[in-house]
Design a protein around this ligand. Structure first.
Ligand code: AMP
Length: 124
């Protein structure tokens, strides 16, 4: 399985760096975000390296990530009240770690703010 030496989440997924894991199997692992934005903030990542969820990641792996997010939401006791799954892609999407991941957020009422930064100039 390919892991990149320069990738933080590859290191966590392959236990070269330890984290606060909440789930792991051969394909996917889930661990707590180091800067949580909600009482439950877990990152679900594939063990194989993909830059993002639109970087040719197999549909079966994406499905596994959503299944794990669902299981973790149940384990965390937030499934019934609801939660948010977010995946950021690229610079404008706010992605800071270039390894595919889905954020699982819950445990409080989340705002509808989509995190736009309207002041930034950009040319389309
Ligand atoms: P994103 O900005 O969507 O790429 O999400 C990256 C997330 O990784 C952020 O929410 C960070 O707080 C989180 N993060 C960064 N370093 C670590 C780490 N060592 N362990 C756990 N989460 C991390």
């Amino acid at each position: 399985m390919s892991a990149r030496d320069d990738c933080l989440f590859c290191k966590i997924a392959h236990h070269q760096l330890e984290s606060d894991y909440v789930y792991e199997d051969d394909e996917v692992c889930a661990f707590r975000d180091v800067s949580p934005l909600a009482p439950t903030h877990v990152l679900i990542v594939p063990k194989e390296h993909y830059d993002s969820v639109v970087d040719g990641i197999p549909a079966t792996t994406l499905a596994a990530m959503i299944r794990v997010a669902t299981e973790v939401a149940k384990d965390e006791g937030i499934f019934e009240r609801g939660f948010r799954l977010v995946t950021n892609v690229g610079e404008d999407g706010g992605q800071t770690v270039r390894h595919a991941h889905v954020h699982l957020l819950g445990g409080r009422r989340l705002s509808k703010d989509m995190g736009e930064t309207p002041t930034r100039e950009r040319s389309l």
